[in-house]
Design a protein around this ligand. Structure first.
Ligand SMILES: Cc1cc2nc3c(=O)[nH]c(=O)nc-3n(C[C@H](O)[C@H](O)[C@H](O)COP(=O)(O)OP(=O)(O)OC[C@H]3O[C@@H](n4cnc5c(N)ncnc54)[C@H](O)[C@@H]3O)c2cc1C
Length: 338
């Protein structure tokens, strides 16, 4: 049995398994509330075994409403506040949605299914993103959305947990049954044996570098077959993402690479001269309804199924778990008690 030290307030210690975005936010909020927290992670501090390492990091509840349920928007809006409170430097300068003229019907559909945007004409698009001058006749601007750089923010989350007195054990693969006290299982897809309904939904991405294009915010291209987003990473780097495929195979296919690079070229032809820095893929942990779950059973709490919204939802889910641990509060939409 692994044991954690006793909390300064005499409350039971908390063990969290998995230092991806879900586990890290849980550790942060619980450590902040004064609990003795130990976070176990099977990989080293680079976090390459997590899905979070491969994510885009968009905090985009209004855009996501196009393809998801109202509960994602509700939790996402709460998360935006928590990101702002805990990481005030998070860029919240919005998202831009564009489409080529031939895909206008899809663009209008996107507008119909979402809210929280301003319509921009060609001049408006070029005012907020000068590199896109003359490229699109119109756009939808979601001014309150944000984005984080996952690899950087995971490190910042871990540093913050330690600063609050929490302990992080890297290279520490553990199972929930090996731990005493309150256990929060945030293992993502690796929890599949305990949560048989979980599946992995593959997302492929490409990291490129260009001296010729500058973007200040995520840009989504609405397209009937190859929807694309381009996320600026600073230093002339951009993440192109992401496919969504019902397979758990590893790597990036030639077809996906062609689609992602072709769509980026269609957003701006100067991307043709960009250098490819990295191809990668991750498996999004998803339940059959693609909605997150906090499952409570025999003193163990399992938080999973964050699917394509881990960065968007993790703070709000951690807050719900904290409410349960501290006061027994149940959120009927997300929590399941056995
Ligand atoms: C290409 C791509 C783009 C995405 N873009 C976005 C986006 O823009 N916005 C957004 O909100 N979401 C996005 N997502 C989704 C997001 O990445 C996931 O929802 C999120 O990473 C899931 O986080 P998690 O903490 O549940 O799982 P993970 O990040 O996988 O973390 C689980 C951790 O548990 C560890 N672990 C497993 N087993 C053990 C064990 N036995 N002992 C100890 N540790 C263990 C693993 O090593 C891992 O670090 C994207 C995903 C992909 C693939």
């Amino acid at each position: 049995m692994y044991q954690s030290s006793t909390s300064p307030r005499g409350q039971s210690p908390i063990s969290i398994i998995g230092a991806g975005v879900a586990g890290a936010w849980h550790a942060l909020l619980l450590a902040q509330s004064g609990r003795a927290v130990t976070l176990h992670e099977r990989s080293d501090a680079t976090m390459t075994q997590s899905t979070s390492y491969w994510a885009g990091g968009m905090l985009a509840p209004w855009c996501e409403a196009e393809s998801t349920e109202p509960v994602i928007v509700r939790l996402g809006l709460r998360s935006l506040t928590l990101w702002r409170d805990y990481f005030p430097d998070t860029p919240f300068n919005g998202s831009l949605v564009v489409a080529h003229a031939r895909d206008r019907a899809d663009f209008e559909r996107f507008a119909r299914l979402t809210s929280g945007y301003r319509r921009l004409d060609a001049q408006g698009v070029s005012e907020i993103e000068p590199s896109l001058d003359g490229r699109f006749r119109e756009g939808l601007f979601y001014p309150d959305e944000g984005h984080v750089e996952p690899r950087k923010i995971l490190g910042e989350l871990h540093a913050r947990i330690r600063a609050l007195g929490g302990s992080i054990e890297f290279n520490s693969a553990v199972e929930p049954d090996q731990l005493d006290g309150t256990v929060i299982d945030c293992r993502g897809l690796a929890a599949r044996q305990a949560q048989g309904e979980l599946r992995g939904v593959k997302g492929e991405l490409i990291l490129i570098e260009s001296d010729e294009v500058e973007l200040s915010r995520p840009v989504r291209l609405v397209h009937p077959r190859f929807p694309l987003y381009i996320i600026p990473r600073g230093g002339g780097r951009f993440m192109l993402g992401a496919t969504s495929l019902e397979t758990e195979s590893a790597g990036v296919s030639v077809r996906s690479a062609l689609e992602l690079l072709g769509a980026a070229y269609a957003v701006h032809p100067a991307f043709a001269e960009a250098r490819i820095l990295e191809f990668g893929s991750g498996l999004r942990p998803a339940f059959p309804d693609n909605l997150p779950r906090i499952a409570i059973k025999n003193g163990k709490i399992a938080v999973n199924g964050l699917y394509r919204h881990g960065f968007l939802l993790a703070p709000a889910l951690a807050e719900l778990t904290l409410g349960y641990v501290e006061r027994g509060t149940i959120d009927n939409e997300v929590m399941q008690c056995a």
